[in-house]
Ligand binder design. Sequence first.
Ligand code: ZN
Ligand code: ZN
Length: 88
Amino acid sequence: MSNSSKWVLDTNLRECAVCLREFGTNKPAASNKTHCRYCGGVYCRACCYECLSVPAEDVVQAPQEGPGFDPAAPQRVCVRCAEVSLHQ
Ligand SMILES: [Zn+2]
Ligand SMILES: [Zn+2]
């Protein structure tokens, strides 16, 4: 079972929670927001790029995600989760 309750809505977020760099809000094509599949936070791609195995019950799923989502596949996670929770 995955859960969507931790998924942070990124509508009003302007900066990455790790490096505090502003997202590219003025140019939609340059937006570099991405979600961590472990904590559900919103980060820039420089801070959320690793794809690691996450226990299926811990995978954070987007509320609108369709049935094609596979929680057993490697998930993109932020650097904080990668360091603190997922690396051994
Ligand atoms: Zn960042
Ligand atoms: Zn995270």
